[in-house]
Structures are given as C-alpha cells and as structure tokens.
Design a protein around this ligand. Structure first.
Ligand code: NAP
Length: 316
C-alpha cells in the first residue's frame, strides 16, 4: 500500500471515530438531561429511604436541594453553621410541606473532629436514604497561595470541603450498605476539571472530591449504593456573588432541580445543561490544549476577574 493510501485510510478512521464519539456524546447529553427522566429512568428519590441529609443547607444550592427533597416527600436533616438560619429554613420547609419532618443540626465544619461525635449521635437514629455533601467554602480568591495571610483559613477550607465529605460518607455508608440502598451526592466544582491558579487550594479541594467520589462509587455500586459527583459551573449564590442569574449561572433552585434529575443516569455530572456543555469543553480543552498554554490563559483570566471583582466591590 502506498503512503497516500495509508494516509487516506488513517484519515477516514479518525473521522469515523470522531463522528461516532460526537454522536454518542450528543445522545448521552440528551438522555441524561431530558430523555432519561421522560422514559422513567433514574432514581426515584422516595425509594431511597425516609430521610435525606444536606450539609450547608441554609443558603444557596444546599437550601435548594433541601427544598427539592422535601417536595419529593423526604424528611430532611439540615446541617449548617448558623442556628438562626437553620430555624428559618426549617420553618420555611415545614410551612410549605406540612407532612415533612425537618431536623436541624448546627455545626461548623471548620471545627474538625469534635463535631462528628454530635453528628453521629443524631444521625445514627435515622434511616438515611440520601446524603448530599454540599457544604463548601471558598477563600483567598485571586490571591497567590503564598500570600494567604491567615494560616487558619488553610485548615478551615480543607476541613470544610474535604474532611466533611469523607466523614459524612463514612458515617452513613454502613447503614446504606446494610440496606443495600442509598444515594450520596458529593458537590465538587468545574474548577476541579481545569487549572485554577489564584484559586489553588479551593480547586485542589474539589479535585479531591472528584477522585474520592469516583473511586467510592466504583467501590459501593455493587452494594446497592449510588455515589454521584457534581461539578457545577457558576451558580448565582452568595459564593458567586458577582454573578447574576442567567443561562450560564442559573439560580440555585434551577440548578438543584436539574441536578436531581440526573441521579442514577450519570456518575459524574455538571448537573445543569449549560454546565454540562462547559464541562465537556473543559475536558476537551484538557485533551487538546497543551497544559502550560491552558494554565497561562486561565491565570490571565483569573487576574482580570479578581481585579474586576475588587473594583466592583469598592464601588458598591
Ligand atoms: N456557587 C457557585 O458558583 C458554585 C460553583 C461550583 C461549586 N460550588 C459548590 O457548591 C456548594 C454550595 O455552594 P453555594 O454557592 O450554595 O454556597 P453558599 O451560598 O455560600 O452557601 C453555603 C452554605 O454552607 C454553609 N456553610 C458554609 N461554611 C460552613 C461551615 N464552615 N460549617 C457549616 N456550614 C457552612 C452556609 O451556612 P451559613 O450561612 O450558616 O454559614 C450555607 O448554608 C459548595 O460546595 C461550593 O463549593 C458552588
């Protein structure tokens, strides 16, 4: 076979593989975003168990998850830092869904080990069908890691974003495995899938969520427990206070509802459809763009974003 003939065969093979993969991705996107639920696939939340636990449940995405779960008929345990906000959200849910039981546990996830004694004591009394590890904090945005002045903030973010998830999973897994039924949703971030200089420690905590959740999912799948990893892009909450609700940064209610519709259909998801597209192109960028180029581009973007946020907050 001549060289031009070999080149032609390779060219066609690449085209066929690329087309097949693109078609597969489009079908997968349509199935996990719209069709799956229409066809009655995915997990019926009510079959998981009577109680759902949501961490970071008094605001933003966590509060929206709690309300969605209550709307689906589950009793909810709200776990967060501020007692007054916990009471307000519990009252809001009870007023809206009178048959739903709501429990609140006030803990600060930056407190390390001791809070897990309280949590274990409270949660061991309940049959937990769903755990949503949503709590997360972001600090030092736009600052170089070496310039972080507050040493404690480094412990805090690791305790809140990493330790909380691992300890909460460890706490509920035995009862879920015993019943061969249960769902754990771990909230990561799109930042775990791309370089995030100037957001280094936050991005790294979310990379832990990705690795931990995927391996845990593989470990417990055959034992009847589903573990899902969610990587949101921007959601218009206090954490992303510079974002207004839009197609690219949905409000938390829209985001939580869309994410719950993907349960049982996708292990790793970005939840909301525009974020799924962003995650897909981020994965592609990681594959096609040389890492140093990607890092330089993101660093420049982060520097500009940090400047514009600083400017906007000064003018407020
Ligand atoms: N918003 C986004 O654009 C975005 C993007 C990607 C990923 N995420 C992830 O999504 C999750 C939720 O984010 P969000 O935007 O909804 O955040 P948010 O609006 O800031 O709400 C955070 C919630 O967590 C609680 N919380 C914070 N620190 C806590 C601590 N140390 N101990 C106990 N509770 C604590 C807060 O309670 P208090 O009010 O009482 O402090 C609040 O209920 C996080 O894991 C975040 O990393 C968000």
């Amino acid at each position: 076979m001549s060289c031009s003939c070999i080149a032609e065969v390779v060219g066609w093979a690449v085209l066929v593989i690329f087309t097949a993969k693109t078609v597969y991705n489009l079908i997968h996107f349509a199935y996990t975003t719209f069709l799956g639920r229409l066809l009655g696939r995915g997990i019926d939340l009510k079959t998981c168990g009577p109680w759902a636990v949501v961490t970071g449940a008094t605001d933003g995405i966590g509060k929206s998850f709690a309300k969605e779960l209550a709307a689906a008929g589950l009793n909810v345990v709200l776990v967060s830092r501020t007692s007054a906000k916990l009471k307000a959200v519990a009252d809001e849910i009870k007023n809206e869904y009178s048959s739903i039981q709501v429990k609140t546990i006030a803990v600060d996830f930056t407190d390390g080990q001791k809070i897990y004694v309280t949590l274990k004591e409270e949660l061991s009394k309940l049959q937990i069908g769903i755990l949503i590890n949503n709590v997360g904090m972001l600090n030092g945005f736009g600052r170089r890691f070496g310039n972080v002045e507050d040493d404690k903030s480094i412990h805090d973010i690791i305790n809140c974003n990493i330790l909380s998830m691992a300890r909460m999973c460890h706490m509920v897994l035995p009862q879920m495995i015993k019943r061969q039924n249960g769902v754990i949703v771990n909230i990561g971030s799109l930042s775990s899938a791309m370089p995030t200089p100037l957001l280094t420690i936050y991005g790294a905590t979310k990379a832990f969520v990705e690795k931990f959740s995927r391996d845990l999912a593989a470990e417990v799948k055959s034992l009847g427990v589903t573990v899902q990893t969610v990587h949101p892009g921007y959601v218009a909450t206090n954490m992303a206070s510079h974002m207004k609700p839009s197609l690219l940064s949905p409000d938390p209610n829209t985001f939580a509802a869309a994410t719950l519709r993907t349960l049982g259909l996708e292990q790793r998801t970005a939840g909301y459809w525009t974020h799924k597209i962003q995650l897909h192109f981020t994965d592609l960028a990681n594959f096609f763009i040389p890492r140093p180029l990607l890092e330089r581009g993101v660093l420049k973007h982060m520097e500009e974003l940090a400047k514009s946020i600083k400017k906007a907050s000064k003018s407020r």
